[in-house]
Design a binder for this molecule. Structure first.
Ligand SMILES: Nc1nc2c(ncn2[C@@H]2O[C@H](COP(=O)(O)OP(=O)(O)OP(=O)(O)O)[C@@H](O)[C@H]2O)c(=O)[nH]1
Length: 580
């Protein structure tokens, strides 16, 4: 009983998750292989071979047997390879489709009652073409138990392992449609990200987006060729004769673009300046390979072809290592790069292992590479968006620093003048008042208490002025101990009220000028905007009024003589107006 009622423990819980995932994989594999009822045998082709000779050898048990439901590699050496597939009972005479997945880039010959027929990705004839696989409809009338003979034709391309399925037309159509929907979605995601990156590259004039677009486009091209998507359903017939060239060029260029992209994206000049050298070398080397591959000199073409795969693997690992270093040195973008790049690198490593004969049951690696491309495109796009956000944030900080006075944190003279000009020149006609504020006896404070005390006084005064003014009022530091405030929509009476309040507020700060009871005060000149005024003329008049306030005894407000107060206007701290 105790064994039946077992309490869940963390370890067991983890094991049950592993079991679930493994079960799911097994189920997927099982579903994929459910239609298969085949035995297989093969051997490399020899001179003088005929279909009958091979079939006789098969019946005599002289060929090497293999499981067609697992991935198996057939060398595309000098003469190619023969493959015999024997359907197993229960036999069904209804229509059947033979599929070869993933599609080989070389050609496969099938023998329809002894007559050879070529299956190839770049065949655009009026027959059934598989999508993401090679497909052949077993001719009606063929005995259900009859062995199917295939020949993998010699090819200069590296032969990838394939598996075979014999299924009903319905099952074939279902799987074919599923794959088309899946592949179309992956390519659509990649192309959407490329388009977005191209727009950003042009609008922001940032070449990082261009390298990213180039990389994803090349990767999509590689996948389009490898899965046959560009042949069927895209029907790119012009690609038929140039598969090898286009594929090799796309592989080399994708690594070159990826290198250039990661260098800028992960900010290598900042986080790993020395590692820029191998990354640039990799990019240049890959571009040279493309040029060699495109040249018409057979020696260069061969060297390029031999170097491509090793360089590809070295480059992929190098990018990973450099991204790790940048991430360890706190490059935020490097983590995005790692998140997108690592799955693809793992998939590439697993696929390479498969070419060597390992992992024959992992038949989903090809589709995973396609999905991995879409995943990487999305992850890197999010990374690019994050980078744009960070750059905007940095720019905002720089702008704030550039516009504000470092000591008092109010607008500096340039930024204040810009904003004041915009205010004066825009909007409907309305009263605008300018206050010119100058601290009294500030030199004395500096001399007696030191420059640091002077700085502290400036900060305290700016803070007090800011607190007293409305958020819409434009306060700025005009010079050493001079401030300016532009009060939009404020007529003379209110301006005088505000200026008087500011005077009192500064006085109430009770900042001692020296040892005697003299406190820090402020003198304010007020001028009202007139027609045709610009910032300079308005500041000039307010400055003149401020000078009057100084002459009148300081710690007071003076309205410029040209600005009229109503007869019942306020007279708090207002001294005489300056006469022209
Ligand atoms: N601590 C400090 N002092 C500054 C700063 N900028 C200017 N000053 C000083 O402010 C003083 C201004 O002196 P003056 O122009 O003679 O003005 P005042 O002493 O206030 O005299 P009145 O304006 O006539 O009342 C000078 O001593 C400048 O060195 C600053 O950022 N910090």
């Amino acid at each position: 009983m105790e064994r039946l009622i077992a309490m869940p423990v963390p370890g067991r819980c983890r094991r049950s998750w592993c079991g679930f995932v493994l079960g799911l994989l097994w189920l997927l594999g099982g579903v994929a292989h459910a239609a298969t009822a085949l035995n297989g045998a093969w051997r490399e082709a020899r001179p003088g071979d005929t279909p009958q000779v091979v079939l006789d050898e098969y019946h005599a048990g002289l060929l090497r047997s293999f499981d067609p439901s697992l991935l198996q590699r057939f060398p595309g050496s000098d003469r190619g390879s023969w493959v015999v597939l024997a359907p197993q009972p229960p036999w069904d005479d209804a229509g059947r489709m033979l599929t070869i997945y993933p599609p080989t880039l070389g050609a496969v010959t099938v023998y329809e009652q002894g007559i050879p027929r070529m299956l190839a990705l770049d065949d655009f004839g009026a027959t059934i073409h598989g999508h993401g696989r090679l497909a052949w409809q077993v001719p009606a009338g063929t005995a259900a138990s009859a062995a199917i003979l295939l020949r993998f034709e010699p090819s200069s391309l590296l032969s990838a392992p394939v598996r075979f399925q014999l299924q009903s037309p319905f099952e074939y159509a279902r799987q074919d449609a599923q794959w088309l929907a899946f592949a179309s979605a992956c390519f659509a995601v990649m192309l959407a990200m490329v388009l977005m990156a191209v727009c950003f590259a042009l609008m922001l004039r940032d070449v990082t987006y261009a390298w990213y677009a180039g990389y994803i486009l090349c990767y999509a091209l590689i996948q389009g060729i490898q899965t046959g998507f560009l042949f069927h359903p895209m029907e790119w017939q012009w690609l038929a004769g140039a598969t090898l060239l286009a594929g090799s060029a796309a592989v080399a260029l994708s690594v070159a673009f990826a290198s250039l992209f990661m260098m800028r994206f992960c900010e290598l000049p900042r986080y790993a300046p020395l590692l820029r050298v191998p990354i640039v070398a990799l990019a240049v080397g890959m571009i040279l390979l493309v040029l060699m591959r495109c040249s018409r000199l057979s020696l260069l073409v061969e060297v390029a072809q031999v170097l491509l795969n090793p360089l590809l693997m070295i480059g992929a690992v190098l990018l990973l290592v450099v991204a790790c270093v940048a991430a360890a040195r706190r490059s935020r973008q490097a983590w995005f790069f790692l998140a997108g790049w690592t799955p693809l690198l793992l998939l590439t490593a697993l696929t390479s292992a498969q070419v060597g004969g390992a992992l024959p049951q992992l038949d989903w690696l090809n589709d995973a590479s396609l999905a991995g491309g879409a995943f990487e495109a999305v992850v890197l796009s999010i990374g690019l968006a994050d980078r744009a956000l960070r750059l905007r944030h940095d720019r905002d900080i720089v702008r704030v620093l550039a516009d504000h006075d470092a000591l008092t944190n109010v607008f500096n003279r340039r930024a204040w003048t810009e904003r004041a000009s915009a205010l004066l020149s825009g909007g409907p006609p309305r009263p605008i008042a300018l206050l010119f504020l100058d601290l009294d006896h500030f030199k004395l404070l500096n001399d007696r208490q030191g420059h640091n005390a002077g700085d502290r006084a400036l900060v305290a005064v700016a803070k007090a002025l800011n607190a007293e003014l409305r958020p819409a009022d434009l306060l700025g530091r005009y010079g050493g101990e001079e401030f300016v405030a532009l009060l939009d929509g404020t007529p003379a009476v209110q301006a005088m009220h505000v200026a008087t309040r500011l005077c009192r507020r500064v006085h109430r700060l009770e900042i001692a000028v020296g040892d005697d009871p003299l406190l820090l005060t402020i003198s304010i000149g007020v001028a009202l905007r007139r027609e045709g005024d610009d910032v300079e003329s308005l500041v000039d008049r307010a400055d003149q009024a401020m000078y009057d306030a100084k002459l009148g005894g300081r710690n007071r407000v003076s309205l410029h003589a040209g600005s009229k107060l109503p007869p019942d206007g306020p007279h708090l701290h207002v001294v005489e107006k300056r006469e022209r």
